[in-house]
Every structure is written in structure tokens, then in C-alpha cells.
Design a protein around this ligand. Sequence first.
Ligand code: SAM
Length: 293
Amino acid sequence: MSINTDIETLGNGKLQIFHGDALEVLQAIPDSSVDLIFVDPPYNIGKDFAGRKDKWDTDEDYLKWCYLWIDLCIKKLKPTGAFYVMTSTQFMPYFDLYIRERMTILSRIVWAYDSSGVQAKRYFGSLYEPILFCVKDKNNYTFNADDIMVEAKTGAKRNLIDYRKNPPQPYKNEKVPGNVWNFCRVRYRMDEYENHPSQKPISLLERIIKASSNEGDIVLDPFCGTFTTGYVAKELGRQFIGIEIQEEYYKIGLRRLGLASEYKEEKLYREQKTYEIKHMSTDVIQTELFANG
Ligand SMILES: C[S@@+](CC[C@H](N)C(=O)[O-])C[C@H]1O[C@@H](n2cnc3c(N)ncnc32)[C@H](O)[C@@H]1O
């Protein structure tokens, strides 16, 4: 893979992460080489990614930019590869129309979550994010249904018998999940929390990576943020290629993937949470601060 030498990168043979622009790095990845791509791009809704605004001048500008990386992702996927892509509810219809001309969209997934805060008072607040699951070849792709089974409530909770079967049989207590996924969002008090405005939960990536790749396969995420995709890929024995433009988040990736404990002479550590600090004695705080520079 030949890459502009200004782009920083670190890897260990199985995991390779890049500090740079997704469009530039994607171009350097060999065509038809990746098994699974998960894309959670900026949504064009004005979030602040460590000083980089998630907002384009016009909707058309945003979509034009998205179509560039969508085309590149399709090119980099193996013929048997799978592509999962997210964006905001308002832009997903454009993605859907664009991608369905180029790939087969197998599932339109709704990631639903609850919120204790009031979302809206004069309309119905948004409590889901859409995900498209697409493949290049609808007759030849990986889908490990057995690895992602969930409880089938009718069978598991109510012990019903299916009398349509001859002889009648208890309902199964496991099933392949449908396209509405309930995973809670990453909150401050959760162990996996990192300082990022749109971190995706480990549970969400576990389902995607288990379903659509096998051990040793190559997983790619062009907009890594907190590197949840890379972290899960590593835990599940997959190879990983990740890209992130902001140094602050690239450092999270170095630490979370165990690629480095220091960066430019700065020790990499997870920020202490306020409640963790409150529970430490003064001695411990001083030792921690000293140890963390
Ligand atoms: C929605 S977040 C991804 C969150 C991630 N899925 C997670 O679980 O933490 C989008 C990320 O893309 C990064 N980004 C924005 N523009 C980029 C670009 N041109 N190339 C690479 N990364 C970019 C942002 O800094 C941000 O961290």
C-alpha cells in the first residue's frame, strides 16, 4: 500500500491505523481487498469533533463528499464483501437511493435507543439511527447467523407450543435478530466511554463484525472516532484498518488498540471520570497525576 508520507500510521501486522483524511487513505488501499467496511461518517448535523465542525455549506456539498467515499469503499470491498453505513435520518434516503444502484441493500436497520432527557416538546424526538447493510453479491456473502442469535421471546419467556407443527413442538428460544436493534448509547458512566460526541457502542459493532466477517478477515473503518470498530475487530480476531483525521481521536485508537502507550512523548491514558477522581484519596490522586505526567 503506497501512502503519502505526511500521513502518520502505526500498526502491528494485523491492525493498521492512519492519522489522515479518509479520501486520501482509502485511495491507497488495494482494490477488492477488504471483507467488511463499517462507516459512521460525520452526519452534517453540526457536532464538534475536537474542533472540526460536522457541517457542510450545503446539503449538496455534503452528499457530493459522501458519494466520493462511498464509491471508494465499494471499490475496496472484495466481491464477497459487506458494507454497513450510517448517517443521520435526514440524509439516509439519499444514501439509500445512491447505493441501491451499486450494491444490494439487504437490510435497512434501525438502531433504537432510549433517552432520559427530553428530546423535543413540540414534535416526536429522534431516538434512532439508520444503518444500511449492503453486499456486492447477494448470492455470495458472509452471514454468521449462529454467532448473533438473540432470545426469541415467544419461545423463551412464554413456553408456548406451536400446534401448527405435526407433532406440535415448543417454539424455538433463539432467533436471528430482526432489523430493529436496541442497544443503549454509550454514556459517561459506562466503562467503554471515551471523550467523543458520537461514540458507537461495543455491542452494536459486535453484532456487525460477528455477522459479516470471519476470524482473520480484514475490517475497515474510514471514520474511526473512538475506534470502537477496531477494538471489537481486535477482540474478535479480525484484522483491522482504521482512519481518523483528528489527532485527539487517533491517540484514543493507539491506546485502545494497544498499539502505543505514548505519543509524541505524551503518555496515553483514559481520562479519569469525575466520580472516579472523587473517590480517590489525595495520595492516590497525586500518584496518578505524577504517573500520568
Ligand atoms: C461519527 S464519528 C465516528 C464515531 C465512531 N464510529 C465511534 O464509535 O467512535 C466521525 C469521525 O470521523 C472523523 N472525520 C471527519 N472527517 C474525516 C475525514 N475526512 N477523514 C477521516 N476522519 C474524519 C471525525 O473526527 C469523527 O471522529
